[in-house]
Design a protein around this ligand. Sequence first.
Ligand code: G6P
Ligand code: MG
Length: 220
Amino acid sequence: IYRAAIFDLDGVIADTARLHLQAWRQLAESLQRPWADDTEEKLKGLERMASLEVILGEESGNFSEEGKLALASRKNSRYQELISSLSPKDLLPGAGELLAWLHERKIPIALASASKNAPAVLQALGISNYFSHIADPEQSAPKPSPDIFLAAARGLQVEAELCIAFEDAAAGVAAIKAAQGMTAVGVGSESALGSADYIVGSLEEFAPKDFFLPAIRAAA
Ligand code: G6P
Ligand code: MG
């Protein structure tokens, strides 16, 4: 029986992973950098500057630190344009229902997203009120370090072992698995998220009563 739920945002709750990818892809094209078959999976969950390194690849050394910051900020401006039209209909299947179910039962919920845009996205989706704690990505080492998930558990004052966490990225599942006994639910495909404890195609397939409520024992 778990006592708290911790969520990644992009690609788990909100259909925004594709918007990050769209903004990165535009930047890659403008720099004439290749976009390989595995670029999308690699970028998922990666913090902004680490994502830029994936885009720049072997050309990374040709850019100054200021140049890189300018490129990252160009991507972020494009991303912010893309999220400016988000609304509750951009919640992924099952996300709103699961959050409401947990909230009704007073099961505390935290966010563990690498995105500095996360508070704005929660606001636009109309779900900020469900979160008791939002872990600050600027205070945590990037995924696959378990840091941000441990910070989320601390923020809720629930032991890591009693938290179940949801991720769509391989780096995120690795982070959860390294977080002192936390349980990982991979949201997506078995091939990318094989090391998760459970895998669902979407949050719609996750049955919270099997994880959060004590089993009703038959009378002896
Ligand atoms: C999440 C997304 C990544 C994104 C990262 C940083 O982890 O999955 O695609 O690069 O956040 O987001 P930010 O909005 O701070 O650039
Ligand atoms: Mg994600």
